[in-house]
Design a protein around this ligand. Structure first.
Ligand code: BTN
Length: 260
């Protein structure tokens, strides 16, 4: 699996994402390793990959299962303030495009989960470090289930899938990483055209038009996910007709609600 570094060094044509790339067979969390590197001045685009994580972290304080066969990677970005709100869309789209390239139809669940047939194949955790009141750097943490059978892991068996389950065969993790870093760089370089990014993100968002439950803080809010606004926030039409803007939260599609 350390071959992944050799493969990326020989084949990656990006100008900064993944140009510096570190591989660990096993790590606590690639987020923490990337953060230490960023603190020591690692250049923008530096990527960390782990073969397995002992303490993979998810959004909203959850853990992230990272067995062998997955791609667990964290990428250091040093974004302009204007690009920071676009990072969920950019990272979700990069994964979406990389999976589409394999011939698999996936969808994005707001803000940046990637699902295939309603099952999660990828989760993204974005963490920012503030320096003098502005974002000094952001760590984009991406976990993609690639070559393992999710059914063997009871904690995710009902809700997750993997690329090998969907394709019926395994595939080289390094091919997925190469495509992911390439798409991520292409999209990140488009940050000055937020409309292009937000439109493609919204167009592939399975959440839109569905009845959803949003867990935001310690509240559950239900309604129809109507649209994404220009800030990337979810607009939820509640049953009393009011529209609520959701900035962050965990969305689940209410079963059998169909699309409006
Ligand atoms: C989520 O869906 O809750 C986000 C999951 C993010 C997982 C990735 S794997 C690489 C990076 N390292 C971590 O500890 N978490 C992220």
């Amino acid at each position: 699996m350390t071959d992944i570094i050799g493969y990326l060094k020989s084949n990656l044509t990006t100008s900064f994402i993944g140009k510096e790339v570190h591989y660990l067979a096993i790590a606590s969390s690639t987020q923490d390793i990337a953060r230490e590197m960023a603190d020591r001045g690692a250049p923008e685009g530096t990527a960390v990959i782990a073969g397995m994580q002992r303490s993979g972290r998810g959004r909203l304080g959850r853990s992230w299962l990272s067995p062998e066969g997955g791609l667990a990677t964290s990428i250091i970005l040093r974004p302009a303030m204007s690009a920071v709100p676009l990072l969920p869309a950019i990272s979700a789209l990069a994964v979406f495009r990389a999976i589409k390239h394999l011939g698999i139809k996936a969808g994005i669940k707001w803000p940046n989960d990637i699902l295939i047939g309603g099952r999660k194949v990828c989760g993204i955790l974005i963490e920012h470090t503030m320096v003098n009141g502005i974002v000094g750097y952001s760590i984009i943490g991406i976990g993609i289930n690639i070559n393992f059978d999710t059914v063997l892991y009871p904690e995710i068996a009902a809700s997750a899938t993997s690329l090998s389950v969907e394709l019926g065969h395994e595939l080289p993790v390094e091919h997925v990483a190469l495509r992911l870093y390439t798409e991520l760089e292409d999209l990140y370089l488009l940050s000055e055209n937020p409309e292009v990014i937000l439109d493609e993100w919204a167009a592939n968002m399975i959440t839109i038009g569905s009845r959803v439950k949003v867990q935001s803080g310690n509240r559950d809010i239900e309604g129809i996910a109507e649209a994404i606004n220009r800030s990337g926030h979810l607009l939820l039409r509640r049953d009393d007709g009011t529209v609520q803007e959701i900035v962050a939260g965990d969305v689940s599609i209410v079963p059998d609600s169909g699309k409006k």
